[in-house]
Ligand binder design. Structure first.
Ligand SMILES: Cc1cc2nc3c(=O)[nH]c(=O)nc-3n(C[C@H](O)[C@H](O)[C@H](O)COP(=O)(O)OP(=O)(O)OC[C@H]3O[C@@H](n4cnc5c(N)ncnc54)[C@H](O)[C@@H]3O)c2cc1C
Length: 352
């Protein structure tokens, strides 16, 4: 590093970019920290996967490294006044078709963490929470993991609040589309070029561009001549559908304090899917099990999966088939009673 004060250019203001900016400015209050995103942080609609009605906040991972990192994040959600208002400790209800529950419980033990979590036999679990999940799909299920210390967060609201705080502390927010990285002949990345031709420079450039990353690296490889910048199979963009149902008054009573539901399908039976409790607008959310690629020729002879070219990733254009994915998701949690629920909002969420 040079003797000059470090400067940081962070591309992408989703959860990774904003968190990086926030922590950098706290650690180096005199540094120049700039967040660049194609969308303003308070835009009506954003493409960030992190910009969402809600997201599960959990440490129920069978991978111990994930479990430890998520426990640290959850500690922040539960104690830091910046995050705390957005976290809801509703617990999670995880229908397990493998040794998942035992692996999670063992991870907590190995990490020396005590929490209200246990594995329940299916017949006992389906009677819990007033029988909310009694009609769920338990085919092939071994047991149900209930972790009362997990929950969900109002993701978009929280992201906005932390972004505002970072700006208040001195982070600069630039709304611009980045078209390529600036890489010199010594393979040093000195900054970025925006779609309108502006060059922004910094001693450190950090990419937090989510699903757009492989495409940005592909363009950067083409403009710099360094083929090794390409992501190749290391980073692949995929889309998943989410859908919302406005809960009627009668059902709201039942669902208001429900845990986050997970259907732990596996490699043979499909990706895991989830059901999130109603938001303050009384909307319940599901995500579906179809994870799809959008592989296109982005440059002559270069085929990669990337979000659609539209400015908003065409995230609100959801096909009938993908909407069925959400109907299916509600069905495997709530059975017949979900048949008349109309999912009014659908969005495709792009991530890597
Ligand atoms: C359907 C679905 C459900 C999920 N549920 C959960 C959950 O319940 N709990 C959980 O923890 N995780 C969940 N995830 C995963 C989580 O959403 C992502 O891991 C996380 O949001 C990724 O954050 P990010 O900052 O990397 O990317 P993003 O949030 O996608 O942010 C990337 C940012 O980069 C910007 N950007 C990209 N390219 C450019 C460019 N060229 N120029 C300028 N700006 C650019 C975008 O505008 C965007 O704001 C879910 C993901 C999906 C798809």
């Amino acid at each position: 590093m040079s003797s000059e004060a470090p400067s940081f250019l962070i591309i992408g203001a989703g959860v990774f970019g904003v968190s990086t900016a926030y922590h950098l400015i706290k650690k180096y209050p005199n540094a120049s920290v700039t967040l660049v995103d194609r969308d303003t942080y308070d835009a009506e609609s954003r493409v960030a996967a992190s910009w969402d009605w809600n997201k599960a906040v959990r440490a129920d991972y069978d991978d111990i490294v994930y479990c430890q990192l998520a426990l640290e994040a959850q500690d922040v959600f539960k104690s830091d006044p910046l995050w705390k208002p957005y976290f809801h400790e509703t617990g999670v209800y995880w229908i397990c078709r493998s040794d998942y529950a035992q692996d999670v419980i063992n991870n907590y033990k190995k990490l020396g963490r005590t929490a209200d979590l246990a594995a329940y036999p299916i017949e006992e679990a389906r009677k819990m929470y007033g029988g909310l999940f009694e009609d769920a799909d338990y085919s092939g299920a071994k047991e149900v993991l209930i972790n009362k210390t997990s929950g969900w967060a109002a993701a978009g609201d929280c992201l906005r609040a932390v972004t505002r705080k970072a700006i208040e502390l001195g982070v600069k927010y630039v709304a611009a589309e980045v078209s390529a990285l600036q890489v010199d002949k010594n393979r040093h990345c000195s900054g970025i070029k925006t779609a309108t031709g502006t060059i922004l420079e910094a001693s450190h450039v950090i990419l937090c561009t989510g699903a757009y990353t492989p495409k940005l690296l592909e363009f950067s490889a083409a403009t710099s001549g360094f083929a090794e910048l390409r992501a190749g199979p290391r980073i692949v963009a995929g889309g998943i559908t989410t859908g919302m149902w406005k809960v009627d008054d009668e059902s709201y009573e039942r669902f208001a304090s429900m845990p986050v539901g997970f259907q732990g399908y596996n490699a043979e039976s499909g990706a895991f899917i989830g059901s999130l409790p109603p938001t303050k607008d009384r909307e319940m959310k599901w995500w579906g099990q179809t994870i799809f690629k959008n592989t296109r020729e982005v440059l002559p002879g270069r085929f990669i999966s990337a979000p659609p070219n539209e400015r908003d990733y065409a995230q609100w254009k959801v096909s009938g088939k993908l909407k069925e994915d959400i109907q299916y998701a509600s069905n495997v949690f709530y059975g017949k009673k979900s048949a008349h629920w109309t999912h009014e909002k659908h969005r495709i969420c792009w991530q890597v």
